[in-house]
Design a protein around this ligand. Structure first.
Ligand code: EPU
Length: 307
């Protein structure tokens, strides 16, 4: 018996009893009340109206590369952006505009840019995730972040209306985009601005960006960096100097390569990962008096557990 039951007309994009572990890079996550995979703004707006009537809260899942999702059944609806996957390219002189759905992966965008010799996305080479998640978390590396390439963003507002934002109207910060401040807003698509360049130079810049990340673990189940860097310092350094690299709980361990990564080493549960995060945060606070801020987002995990 599903926890929620959507109107019949939603059957093309609402599913029940779908565990979401395989949709995350940690490989962890239980079953939401329902999984909504809208294909356009209309389906998003209809779903929002239905959830409001039912009094059901929701979260949004993109590429699953920066989230920890609760296990078991959790009574919220989960939007998955995979159905928002269109791309449309236009070129004006030297400028390339890619209008893309929130669910388009960074990997597929970068691959298109590389094949076509368009520069701007080189810093995303090797970064998992989707356009929507990357914009909302202002994902990036030392070579750049999403604010450098976003030209416009489209959102469906909590009341179902569609709003178009220019990049200048959006407040950006380190790993932060102020669009997240309105609860219930869903980013549905974005227009990115790249520049006509050459395959060789795009390849070289991407290679340099990937090489600069040599000190990060590869081929492991992780969610990238767990904590944001505190102003003027580095979370990995603080965690390392606090002795966290030797920590493990259940099937989760701190990466022996980079202390700001937690690996699902062998069958970790969400609780293993969460307990390890808090242990690490506590250690850094004891050693340095610094309270690290989570970069990873949480879905379905009770607020009391996050304090
Ligand atoms: N360090 C240690 N021990 C460690 C890890 C790091 O001492 O275990 C020290 C080293 O001195 C190292 C320095 O910290 O030289 C910086 O480490 P790194 O070059 O790995 O950079 P970072 O600040 O940890 C940031 C982003 C990464 C991004 C890299 C490269 C954050 C939280 N992380 O990492 O992004 O790939 O720069 O540009 O901003 C992510 O956001 O998920 C992510 C992986």
């Amino acid at each position: 018996m599903p926890l929620l039951s959507a109107p019949e007309r939603f059957s093309g994009f609402v599913a029940y009893d779908r565990p979401v572990a395989t949709l995350t890079t940690w490989g962890v996550g239980g079953t939401p009340g329902c999984l909504i995979s809208p294909r356009n703004n209309g389906e998003i707006a209809d779903s929002l109206a239905w959830l409001r009537t039912e009094g059901v809260s929701f979260e949004v899942l993109g590429g699953g590369s920066n989230v920890l999702i609760a296990e078991g059944e959790f009574p919220i609806a989960l939007f998955h952006t995979r159905g928002l996957c269109g791309t449309d390219v236009s070129i004006v002189k030297n400028e390339v505009f890619i209008e893309c759905g929130a669910g388009v992966t960074l990997r597929s965008l970068f691959s298109l840019a590389l094949r076509s010799g368009w520069s701007g996305l080189e810093f995303t080479a090797g970064i998992p995730g989707t356009v929507g998640g990357a914009i909302l978390g202002n994902a990036g590396t030392r070579e750049g972040d999403m604010r450098d390439v976003v030209s416009e963003v489209e959102t469906v507002e909590p009341d179902g209306s569609v709003r178009r934002w220019t990049a200048r109207e959006i407040v950006w910060d380190y790993r932060r985009c102020a669009l997240t401040e309105v609860k219930g807003r869903i980013l549905s698509s974005a227009k990115l601005k790249l520049a006509v360049s050459s395959r060789e130079s795009v390849f070289e810049a991407a290679r340099a960006s990937v090489l600069a990340r040599n000190g990060q673990p590869r081929g492991v189940k992780s969610a990238g960096c767990v904590f944001k860097n505190p102003p003027g310092d580095n979370a990995g350094r603080l965690l390392d100097a606090s002795g966290c690299k030797s920590f493990s709980i259940g099937g989760a361990r701190v990466s022996p390569v980079h202390a700001n990564f937690i690996e699902n080493y062998t069958g970790a549960s969400a609780e293993d990962i969460l307990s390890l995060m808090f242990l690490c945060r506590e250690r850094v606070f004891e050693h340095f008096g610094v309270e690290l801020e989570f970069e990873v987002k949480f879905i379905g995990i009770p607020m009391e557990r996050l304090r």
